[in-house]
Design a protein around this ligand. Structure first.
Ligand SMILES: Nc1ncnc2c1ncn2[C@@H]1O[C@H](COP(=O)(O)OP(=O)(O)OP(=O)(O)O)[C@@H](O)[C@H]1O
Ligand SMILES: [Mg+2]
Length: 354
């Protein structure tokens, strides 16, 4: 199949100008899936992209088709020339980060292996989170021939409560500690709070509990943490191609065999179920319309698998086929401007490659 140029969803195109894209949300809503899909999509657009997952489960790596390793490392692994993935954990990030502060290796080893250090790390609230975010910041600062090594870094956070801890720690540490920790934490916080560089994105599903947790997370992120926000990704959306009232008035004329008629009735029933589900989901999302965030719908994938198939499929929903030379195609429905509010009529559908 020939590859076709695709343009980004405009809300995602705005995010693509940043350096750090965080993805937070309730447990199980699809944060890893969406973060991996966004990273994959941006890399396909030519951005040198690093996807960082903040635990060592290597789940995001699997979504990009990278096999897990026995020995977790803190190095980015290549998926393609423009896409890399890094699965880091508090412990590994901490040791690597300390290397920056204590370059003398024997001293570092002695400290890291000491009981006092192990004790301190286990007991110090938020230290691992601070240093894991420190790793993200370190990657952001990496340069090659004076150019940033990564055009963009996508960060898959853990479930909401814990993820806010990651985002809260740099400023909290700056205000709480003195000396080198405070200074380092201040530098990290400066990047996190810079709206030119950072955008915190929320992921939800159109279900009651995730919607209410999204409202809470939004309030904490904007009012308490005062972090720059990106977009709200609505995952597992049913995007019925045809509304119920149109289906109700649909009849088929002409001679049909009993088998064909049975198939037609069945398809009509499926269409009705899908239209009903879409309406229910749209109603559930109503409270989120009040948040000042662009909504980016991600459809329910046909392939419910935790591997690259789902990422490739969902990626199509984040792009549209680029405008061709013919003026007639320029104004096609696919190139219509992105609506700031997602609704049944406005949501974009995954389009097959042409
Ligand atoms: N749009 C989708 N359509 C169908 N299945 C999906 C979709 N998004 C995610 N899934 C499936 O849902 C499951 C959970 O997704 P994922 O691991 O991304 O959630 P998560 O929010 O990162 O979970 P956790 O809080 O445990 O980190 C996976 O098996 C994934 O394949
Ligand atoms: Mg996850």
């Amino acid at each position: 199949m020939p590859s076709v140029a695709r343009t980004l969803n405009p809300a995602l195109a705005a995010l693509a100008k940043k350096r750090l894209l965080f993805f937070a949300g309730k447990g199980g809503v699809g944060k890893t899936t969406v973060a991996a899909t966004v990273a994959f999509t941006l890399a396909q657009q030519g951005k040198k992209t690093l996807l960082i997952e903040l635990d060592d489960s290597a789940r995001a790596a699997r979504f990009l088709g990278v096999a897990p390793t026995d020995q977790p490392t803190n190095d980015a692994r290549p998926v393609s020339p423009s896409l890399f993935v890094l699965s880091t954990s508090g412990q590994i990030a901490l040791e690597e980060y300390l290397q920056l502060i204590i370059p003398f290796k024997p001293l570092l080893r002695t400290i890291v292996e000491s009981r006092a250090y192990q004790y301190f790390v286990a007991a110090a609230p938020g230290l691992k989170e601070l240093l894991t975010i420190g790793k993200v910041w370190y990657e952001e600062r990496k340069r090659e021939a004076e150019q940033p090594l990564w055009d963009i870094i996508v960060i898959d956070l853990p479930a909401t409560g814990h993820s806010l801890q990651y985002l809260r720690m740099p400023r909290a540490a700056h205000e709480t500690f003195g000396g080198i920790i405070s200074r380092e934490a201040e530098r990290i916080a400066a990047v996190l709070h810079d709206p030119e560089k950072t955008a915190v994105n929320l992921v939800t599903t159109p279900d009651e509990l995730p919607v209410s947790e999204t409202q809470d997370a939004y309030r904490q992120l904007t009012e308490e943490l005062r972090l720059p926000m990106g977009a709200l990704f609505i995952n597992r959306m049913h995007l019925a191609p045809c509304p119920a009232d149109v289906l109700r008035s649909t009849t088929l004329h002409g001679p049909l065999s009993p088998k064909e008629r049975q198939l037609f009735e069945l398809l009509l029933r499926c269409g009705h179920t899908e239209a009903l589900e879409t309406d229910i989901q749209t109603a559930r999302l109503q409270p989120l319309q009040a948040l000042s965030l662009p909504l980016i719908p991600i459809p329910f994938a046909v392939a419910d698998t935790a591997d690259k198939t789902i990422v490739e499929q969902l990626s199509l929903a984040l792009t549209t086929v680029a405008a061709g030379p013919s003026p007639r195609t320029k104004k096609s429905a696919r190139q219509r401007p992105h609506a700031p509010r997602a609704s049944h009529a406005e949501t974009s559908h995954a389009q097959p490659e042409e």
